[in-house]
Design a protein around this ligand. Sequence first.
Ligand code: AMP
Length: 371
Amino acid sequence: MTFKELNIIEPILKALHEKGYVNPTLIQEQAIPFVLNNKDILGLAQTGTGKTAAFAIPIIQRLYQDNEKKKKKEIKALILTPTRELSIQIDDCIKDYTKYIEIRHSVIYGGVNQNSQVNALKSGVDILTATPGRLLDLMNQGFVNLNSIRYFVLDEADRMLDMGFIHDIKRLLPKLPKEKQTLFFSATMPRTIATLSQTILKNPVKVEVAPTSSVVDTVQQYLYFVEKPDKKDLLINLLNNKKQQSALIFSRTKHGADKIARLLCKAGIGSEAIHGNKSQSARQRALTNFRTNKTRALIATDIAARGIDIDKLELVINYDLPDIAETYVHRIGRTGRAGHTGIALTFCTQEEKILLNDIQKLTGKNLRIAK
Ligand code: AMP
């Protein structure tokens, strides 16, 4: 299947081609025809499956073809996401996909001064990507009007729930017009999310790819049994042996992430930590430094790493094991994306063995012990 066969128009095809998207991913193949056909979607897919393009491309195409309404100043599509990083990434994708067509897009999120966001809104936005808190805030100040929304995307609904946004979303829903197309994405479907989806979707088409328990087979996973005091040396040795590779390293705690970053810097490996105690601009800077290879290692906590999207990331290291087995799958899903191969290395102490068992049970595979 090709994007052309999905009836994607030439100027978007050209932009996709330049971004290196040769063929659609499974979720894109499944969702795009229905979105173009005005259907509501219930999408069960995690980050890394190509879900952003699955909703963004057809929305862009429909807005483009809907010439007459394009002229108006109102916001026509709203994409809600749980984190600032994710919202920025989605807007970046939209920027890439709309390279050859005229669609105005913008992103609003909290933790930074609102002025530039307000200015962008004032000059007119077709597609707005937002986190719930800042959106409600700017709505209350009269800078955002959602009366003309025709496309509404709720992304990572389960994370919204985890992060306590469900009330914000419930407050937002009545502000949206009744007549609209809704695309609802979640990696998992706990009961609260299933109920929420039923209240907002009309005869949705269900699309589903790779449940969270499955690890893509492009990721090679290795396990290191190590005692806690030896983790540091093991990490430094591994990074010194893989000189050319950048690594995303997961730490259970913010404090731990800072410590690892300091340790690596001392060992001559350029590193930065990213976690909830860092300001938005510091996080953004660390991410950019990592993306542009100014630093070799990025140490993240799970919350801060949500939605981090780094093309061609080759190496993920679990310095600590996560408490929840599914988190392991999310973590290592950052590598081995879109056909690239990746390596995931996991450190496990005696005390962490119980967590390891949970992971192996979930993925149905025993991790290979590294030699
Ligand atoms: P997402 O699940 O939206 O976070 O996308 C995961 C990664 O796959 C991102 O780096 C995208 O740029 C990339 N991607 C999405 N769709 C395609 C495609 N059709 N071909 C190649 N890469 C893609």
